[in-house]
Write a protein that binds this ligand. Structure first.
Ligand code: GLN
Ligand code: ZN
Length: 762
């Protein structure tokens, strides 16, 4: 077979190998860098990224994917869509206005930020309002020119397609105003394309990830209208319509759109796209962007297997031009695995970050074009690395797989139903009506953080650090008693991060040195790596909790991060299903729950703030995910005595559409955030009854402001119109670790007063 394929990329991490992007922007915000210097530094990073991709041999290099904060915000400001609450007089949006939209300023609050599809990246939601869109600057053209002039690279400009852009935006009524906004924005897209044509640009990449969500007939008609118009007005430019994160929902409709190329994700969404390709084939003469290297995880690609997949794709689309590419932009993986030599060799060798993934893409395309012999050593090294990983004892703990197999076949249920437990718990605990508690953490002051640093660096001995932590626990136990809280917590002073803390103690986890990915704006996270079977080693939280309990007669609530949150905030091994990995974590945490119970801690909170984050993109897949997530939570929490009270916590209020699953967690008490949209949440309880213990956050912990007693009593009154006072708890919205000591104490005092006012009325 004499096929030739090309190698291509869809987007590159912007943060730089040492997070220099973040540092430069934050220095600018702090007034330590002039705007001109910021431009210079970011230009350097941008050009380095392009050069890197060229040096690695990529034939198709995206341009315009780089950003000063967020690529969705870039689209909005390119169109002059500055929310009306910010001063703006037309023309190119000044840098400080750009950052004000993202972060807020004295004048106005920031735009909303929300999750980018099913990733942990968050984008700034464009606000369509009264301002008429205009093309303030042709960003793709600027990026294209820069790459060409400075590096001689014929780049491929990237934009978010209009369909997805509107789906990601807010401030308009989709049912009645869709056509209006298309008529406003489509001419601007066409203008961009015409200017690119005049410049000699051959291809652009239009990202349309919304095509992988559930798409209706009306949606398809909208997409068709957009791309037919573009095709009529700017036929000289070739468009790669790029989808990712899932299989496309309407394969036949999408591949027959009048565009030159379609990019498909062959990694995510099961074998949905491949099955569609097998069934319906691919239109003659189009380009097929074959996403065969996972852009979402950090593992080496199985090159032999993906080379076979490519061969099948070539057979199924014999008349198409094929581009070998990642499944999505590499924005979601760290920059380079080279600096991870400190990891165990087997693990280090099995990692593939952005740079390594580009090598894989180039190797795969060579294998097709020149035969596998031409890249034999790359393929062989790859096979050996993956074999070693598969054989690694850490991945083959027989006890773990046996336990998971066993639990998969069994239900995970408490001894008695909630009504029975409730009665027994009432007798055991003698709590007042509307018991007060907190979510777990108390202020992580500079003092706490610097103590941890000293201990990590070895400047402080374990004993010194332990006694420092004890002092803090002691201080906060007495403060909580003074304030009059009913159910106390130890304060989580020993924890940096709620996932890292457990990952560091559970076999099966590893931590990279430079595995940073952008979460939002300049905030980067370094997710733990779940590379082996997760197992329980020894108690992780008993020491501190037991100590706290020894200081008081009030109950101290144990505090754990739940299995789904640990899973969703980590890079997960790809040889097992997420369900299986979740059960492994759940079983390890079950042992911790049992250890706490044994140590006399009989209220235990298992936080699941990230449950919702794992929801699949297609609605029809929700139940599958929710079923095993709920089961994982129950594996962790179901073996305790009836009198032991299981709490959980979630920090969001979109609740109504997953309320049955939340009910199914069967937690004795749930605390949830509400104060930022209290009305909405209370409303959802008008429609759905919730008959387990529940605490709605009575104040927003994101602000240093001390809420008044009245504010909180009015929240409580509203909530009690729809919820049973016998089941109601009083707590803040979330953990208090980012707050100051003074404001925390004052706010909690007011919270306790609010509860006692209610009790006095009884
Ligand atoms: N127990 C955790 C804390 O209080 C919960 C954090 C969270 O909800 N994200 O910090
Ligand atoms: Zn929370």
């Amino acid at each position: 077979m004499s096929h030739t394929v090309k190698s291509g990329n869809l987007g590159y991490p912007r943060i730089g190998g040492q997070r220099e992007w973040k540092k430069a922007i934050e220095a600018y915000w702090a007034g330590k860098l002039e705007e001109q210097q910021l431009h210079e530094q970011l230009t350097q990073i941008r050009l380095n990224n392009l050069q890197q991709q060229r040096d690695q041999g990529l034939e198709i290099i995206p341009v315009g994917d780089f950003t000063y904060y967020d690529h969705v915000l870039d689209m909005a400001v390119m169109f002059g869509l500055v929310p009306e609450r910010f001063t703006y007089n037309g023309g190119e949006v000044p840098l400080d206005t750009y950052y004000a939209i993202a972060r807020g300023n004295k004048e106005a609050t920031a735009s909303e930020m929300t999750k980018w599809y099913n990733t942990n990246y968050h984008y700034i939601v464009p606000e369509l309002g009264a301002r008429k869109p205009q093309l303030t600057v042709n960003r793709p053209l600027v990026a294209y020119r820069e790459a060409k002039e400075k590096l001689g690279i014929e780049g491929r400009p990237v934009l978010i397609g209009l369909y997805s852009f509107l789906k990601l935006s807010k401030g308009f009524n989709e049912a009645t105003e869709w056509d209006h906004w298309v008529s406003q924005l489509l001419p601007l897209y066409i203008q961009i394309l015409k200017e690119l044509i005049a410049e000699g640009t051959a291809w652009v990449q239009f990202d349309e990830p919304s095509l992988v969500t559930s798409v209706t007939n009306e949606d398809i008609a909208r997409v068709k209208a957009i791309y037919e118009k573009i095709h009529r007005e700017a036929p000289e430019i070739s468009i790669l319509l790029q989808t990712y994160f899932e299989a496309i929902d309407r394969y036949e409709d999408v591949v027959s759109l009048p565009v030159a190329g379609i990019g498909l994700d062959f990694i995510h969404g099961g074998d949905g796209n491949l099955a569609a390709l097998r069934k319906f084939s691919f239109p003659r003469g189009k380009t097929l962007g074959a996403g065969v290297v996972d852009g979402r995880n950090i593992w080496r690609t199985d090159l032999y297997r993906q080379a076979e997949l490519l061969q099948e794709i070539l057979t199924l689309a014999p008349d198409a031009d094929i581009v070998v590419q990642p499944s999505c932009s590499l924005l979601h993986v760290p920059v380079s695995a080279k600096q991870e030599q400190e990891l165990d060799t087997v693990l280090h060798e099995a990692l593939s970050f952005a740079e390594e993934k580009l090598d894989e893409i180039v190797a795969l395309s060579k294998a097709v074009n020149q035969g596998i012999e031409s890249v034999k050593s790359a393929f062989e090294n790859n096979r050996i690395a993956l074999d070693n990983l598969a054989k690694d004892p850490a991945r083959n703990r027989a006890n773990v797989s046996a336990a998971v197999q066993k639990i998969s076949a069994e239900p995970a249920v408490r001894d008695s139903e909630f009504v029975v437990r409730r009665k027994k718990q009432k007798e055991k605990w003698h709590l007042p009506v509307l018991p007060t508690t907190t979510i777990g953490s108390f202020p992580q002051t500079a003092e706490v953080r610097s103590a941890r640093q000293k201990w990590r660096k070895g400047e402080w001995s374990q004993e010194k650090y332990d006694s420092f932590i004890k002092e803090h626990i002691q201080k906060w136990i007495s403060l909580q008693e003074e304030i009059g809280i009913d159910v106390l917590v130890h304060g989580e002073f020993e924890r940096t991060d709620m996932v890292e803390f457990f990952g560091e103690k559970l076999p099966g986890f590893a931590f990279t040195k430079g595995g940073w990915v952008q979460s939002y704006g300049t905030r980067c996270v370094k997710p733990p790596v779940i590379y082996g079977d997760v197992d329980f080693d020894q108690p992780m939280t008993v020491k501190e909790t037991e100590y706290a309990q020894s200081l008081t007669n009030k109950p101290v609530k144990g505090m754990l991060t739940g299995p789904i949150t640990i899973l969703n905030w980590s890079f997960v091994r790809s040889d097992l299903s997420r369900e299986q990995v979740a059960y492994q974590i759940a079983l390890a945490l079950r042992k911790e729950v049992e250890a706490l119970e044994q140590a006399g801690i009989e209220m235990i909170q298992v936080d699941e703030p990230a449950l919702r984050e794992g929801l699949p993109l297609k609605r029809e897949d929700w139940n599958g995910y929710l079923d095993w997530s709920v089961k994982a939570f129950r594996i962790t929490t179901s073996t305790v005595r009836d009198t032991t009270q299981i709490h959980t916590h979630m920090c969001y209020c979109e609740f109504h559409d997953i309320i049955d699953s939340i009910r199914a967690l069967d937690a004795d008490v749930i605390s949830i955030e509400t104060s930022r949209s209290h009305g909405e949440l209370v409303h959802s309880f008008e429609e759905h009854t919730y008959d387990l213990g529940i605490g709605l956050g009575v104040y927003d912990i994101h602000s240093p402001r001390v809420p008044s007693v009245e504010e909180m009593t009015s929240m409580i009154d509203r909530a009690l119109q729809v919820l049973d006072p016998e089941l109601f708890w009083i707590n803040p919205d979330c953990g208090l670790k980012t707050r100051g000591v003074e404001e925390t104490v004052q706010s909690l005092k007011n919270m306790v007063l609010a509860a006692s006012k209610y009790r006095a009325k009884e």
